[in-house]
Design a protein. Structure first.
Length: 279
């Protein structure tokens, strides 16, 4: 069976329109949706604003990011670090040394060893953090209303580190800077606490869910529940072992993960107390 025949069968089976006209029509529709969402986002992207674009993989978050880069006159995008880069990490940034160290620390590169390591030899997670730090460094040196844009924000980091970086970035963004991040990990909502939250579905029009600063209460009880197929963990009320019940479809954030285990001293003492009481 030829490649064309396979394509035709799949289109017919799933009701996908055939022909070049249908393809052009779909591309035009996606393009119009993307630009409409981009312009709506720009309207609410004020100085000091943090915007977060969330949605499942393949939903079109990166298309909105690319459209933003075209539409904004002043922006810095967190671009990948080349594996051929031989400069030490600390030399990638251009601001005074004290500001370099502060920016790198905020982005999760506070240890001395990575700072003197050639940037191309860093791990993928470290490169992602350095890329973000470089974008902030360039934006701060412009001293204008520049937007820092990060696609796949913290996607290559473990969730504990991602939560830490998101919280630090939230504190770093002050007027006139603006920050836009796109990620499939909705657990970052409560750590980044965005002023603007955009949800991009797999099919359909992206929606701006809120244009007010997200508080922790809003994040846990309201905002996540408005995202189809996603909801927040419910904090446990059962006691000192720090467990949390997690609803399927929502990953636990670093703050929600258990801080003690079944074999930790606190939980062991509690079990012994219950056993003695029952005896």
């Amino acid at each position: 069976m030829s490649k064309t025949d396979c394509t035709t069968l799949i289109r017919a089976r799933f009701g996908i329109a055939m022909g070049q006209d249908a393809e052009r029509s779909r591309e035009r529709e996606i393009h119009m949706r993307t630009w409409a969402s981009t312009l709506a986002l720009i309207d609410v992207l004020k100085p000091g604003c943090v915007a977060l674009i969330v949605g499942p993989s393949g939903s079109g978050k990166s298309m909105i990011v690319r459209a933003l880069c075209k539409a904004l006159t002043s922006h810095q995008q967190a671009k990948p670090i080349s594996p051929r880069t031989t400069k030490p990490t600390i030399e990638i940034l251009r601001s005074p040394l004290e500001e370099r160290l502060r920016t790198l620390s905020v982005c999760g590169l506070a240890d001395a060893h990575p700072l003197v390591t050639p940037a191309g030899l860093l791990s993928e997670g470290q490169k992602a953090r350095l890329s973000l730090a470089r974008a902030f460094d360039k934006a701060e040196r412009t001293r204008s209303c520049t937007a820092v844009i990060a696609d796949e924000f913290c996607s290559s980091l473990d969730r504990t580190t991602a939560a830490s970086v998101a919280g630090a970035v939230r504190r770093l963004v002050k007027p006139p800077l603006r920050f836009v991040a796109a990620t499939a990990h909705d657990d970052l909502i409560e750590h980044l606490r965005p002023d603007v939250l955009v949800y991009v579905p797999l099919e359909g029009t992206p929606e701006i869910l809120t244009t007010k600063p997200v508080t922790k209460i809003q994040t846990r009880k309201k905002i996540c529940q408005r995202i189809p197929g996603r909801s927040c963990p419910i904090p446990s009320e059962s006691g000192s072992c720090g467990r949390a019940t997690t609803i399927p479809g929502r990953s636990a954030s670093a703050r929600e993960r258990p801080t003690t285990t079944h074999d930790s001293p606190g939980c062991t003492t509690e079990r012994l107390t219950r056993q003695r009481s029952s005896a």
